[in-house]
Design a protein around this ligand. Structure first.
Ligand code: FAE
Length: 551
């Protein structure tokens, strides 16, 4: 390990043997698959898009991290498993030959059912950078939850399609503080390593990092942090760093190196459709029903199990059909917001009245705060930047400013001298989901003022860097004269907290056969980027469910 590489960095080199194409073939989603004879049995387990009247053993709502782990472990246990995903399968290139939209010229593929983009860095030099787009079932949802915009991935693979790929195992002491009911030996000895291996986590070649123009921004961010006495650390990622080197050498089509990330990567990224979901599909026991949004879950009138209602939508978001199927077991994996909204509505509307009062509680934004600094002219950040972050500032153990800040790329295609950061702070504020019977919608109580503790923590770190460097904040990135990007989160967590709203393994109280398996289980703040923890926790919970509930 180098002086920059602290204990949190580690190597996990397992690669998926499955390509996106193999995954599509296995799930019957490839072009032309419809004409192949589908191997389905109409009486019990249709191997096709679900239809009204179907009865299935296991239905998973959502195909992000929690859903993908659930699908792999159920299918490996021999269970016919059905994922219902509201987004589309990102498997077909558009007219430009690409599956996903470019970063700098976002088109309809970029955003979920919006007519105008909602870029996280929303302004530049006094004006909005957003533009009008066609309404479409795009890959990134900027969901307005009142006091906060929650960014989420939509499509087969959920957040893995749009995220920065940073694969961070939390500090053990903080993990134990956040989830005290979980056996941390089992997590750190078994489930985190399993998650990393199956996700295909890898580490950047440090000598390449030190020399490539694409990580100048990270080296500048590191240098300025360390000059102020802050520790930095390399962060593993699920983007294939060998592929990235080929991009840099000009021998592979560029993806991360042309800024692709939040609107999807056309290459290089080990998203869930290439890892967990591909492995699940290869068992022959997985079906994925896309463009279907689950709207209700309730005990079935007869025969046990649960009735699951869903809207089938078209690519403009119009409901073209409603369907009702029955499932013996239902796994909520719609993400912290999706799962919490559904559960709170089901309790309030009397579909699942016996759910715990803990349902909807304990939501947090993982303390997310974004900020930019203007460097001096001699501290360039590079016109060429990799869109995959690979370095963080680790000030977590400072009680005055507990912050783990990703040194984020700003791949604008031109030198800007801007250091951008996504800070994860130890903001203790929490919110709850509440059902509004007037609108029929579930709302989140988070207020903008609840960001202040996080801003104060981040300010302590970045004020110190600015003072030492003689630099200032950029006040033009998140509004006009607005320093802090505090109106958004990439890391929604909580709403169905483990061992409170559920038992200690995700079983919902009062309803045998209903489970939560996603970020809703995690109490509001993790101190690091969350997907490795969500994956490992789902691995742990599913090991218990397979051992005890599946016969
Ligand atoms: P998630 O991945 O959101 O999956 C939920 C799925 O359920 C989605 O596919 C939804 O479309 C689907 N769904 C929702 N409601 C319904 C419904 N009613 N019916 C059917 N389907 C439904 O949940 N985390 C990191 O660890 N490292 C990073 O570098 C990182 N960068 C990020 C960058 C961005 C721009 C964003 C948005 C997130 C980032 N995250 C990162 C967060 C990470 O992606 C997120 O924590 C996980 O994706 C959450 O996993 P879940 O399984 O909880």
């Amino acid at each position: 390990m180098t002086k920059h590489q602290k204990s949190r960095s580690f190597t996990a080199t397992t690669r998926s043997n499955f390509s996106r194409r193999q995954f599509m073939m296995a799930t019957g989603m490839a072009a032309g698959a419809a004409v192949l004879a589908p191997a389905w049995n109409a009486t019990a387990t249709p191997r096709r898009t679900l239809d009204t009247g179907d009865r299935v053993p296991a239905l998973i709502i959502g195909s992000g991290y929690g859903g993908a782990v659930t699908a792999l472990r159920l299918t490996q246990a021999g269970i016919d498993t059905h994922i219902v995903e509201m987004g589309k399968a990102w498997d077909t290139p558009g007219a430009d030959g690409k599956i996903f939209s470019p970063l700098l010229e976002p088109d309809k593929r970029s955003y979920w059912l919006r007519t105008r983009t909602a870029q996280p860095v929303s302004h530049f030099s006094g004006g909005s950078v957003d533009k009008n787009i066609e309404k479409y079932v795009g890959v990134l949802d900027a969901e307005n939850m009142g006091g906060i915009t929650v960014y989420q991935g939509r499509g087969v693979g959920g957040g893995s399609l749009v995220n920065g790929g940073m694969a961070v195992v939390p500090k053990r002491s903080y993990f134990e503080e956040v989830l005290p009911s979980v056996d941390s030996d089992a997590m750190y000895n078994t489930f985190f390593p399993t998650a990393n291996a199956t996700l295909g986590v890898n580490n950047i070649d440090e000598s390449w990092f030190e020399s490539t123009e694409y990580y100048k921004f990270a080296r500048t961010g590191r240098k300025t942090a360390e000059r102020s006495g802050f520790q930095t650390t390399f962060v593993p990622n699920v983007y294939d760093f060998d592929y990235m080197k080929l991009e840099a050498a000009g021998s592979a089509t560029k993806s991360a190196l042309v800024g692709e990330v939040i609107y999807g990567n056309n290459a290089g990224k080990r998203s869930l459709d290439k890892t967990y979901l591909a492995q699940a599909a290869a068992t022959g026991k997985l079906t994925v029903t896309t463009l279907h949004q689950v709207t209700a879950v309730s005990p079935a009138a007869s025969g046990g199990g649960y009735t699951v209602e869903m809207d089938h939508i078209d690519e403009q978001g119009n409901v073209v059909a409603t369907k009702t199927v029955t499932a013996d077991k239902v796994f909520f994996a719609a993400g912290s917001v999706g799962t919490s909204k559904l559960l709170v509505a089901m309790k309030a509307q009397g579909h699942l009245p016996n759910l715990s009062g803990e349902v909807g509680q304990g939501w947090g934004n993982n303390g997310n705060i974004m900020v930019g600094r203007a460097n001096h002219m001699w501290d360039a950040t590079g016109a060429k930047q990799s869109a995959m972050p690979t370095m963080g500032i680790d000030n977590w153990d400072d009680p005055e400013g507990p912050v783990f800040a990703e040194i984020a790329p700003f791949p604008a295609g031109t030198e800007l001298w801007i250091s951008l950061y996504l800070a994860i702070t130890k903001n203790p504020e929490r919110a709850q989901f509440l059902f509004n019977s007037g609108t029929g919608q579930t709302e989140l109580s988070w207020q903008t003022s609840q960001n202040q503790p996080g801003i104060d923590m981040a300010k302590r770190v970045f004020d110190k860097i600015n003072k030492k460097e003689g630099t200032i904040y950029r006040t033009d990135l998140f509004g006009v004269y607005k320093t802090w990007g505090d109106g958004l989160t990439y890391h929604p967590l909580g709403g169905a907290i483990l061992n409170k709203a559920t038992d200690n393994h995700g079983r919902l109280h009062g309803y045998p056969g209903l489970y939560v398996m996603d970020g809703a289980l995690v109490p509001g703040n993790l101190g690091v980027n969350p997907f490795v923890t969500i994956t490992a926790l789902a691995e742990r919970n599913m090991a218990d469910v397979i051992a005890n509930d599946i016969h």
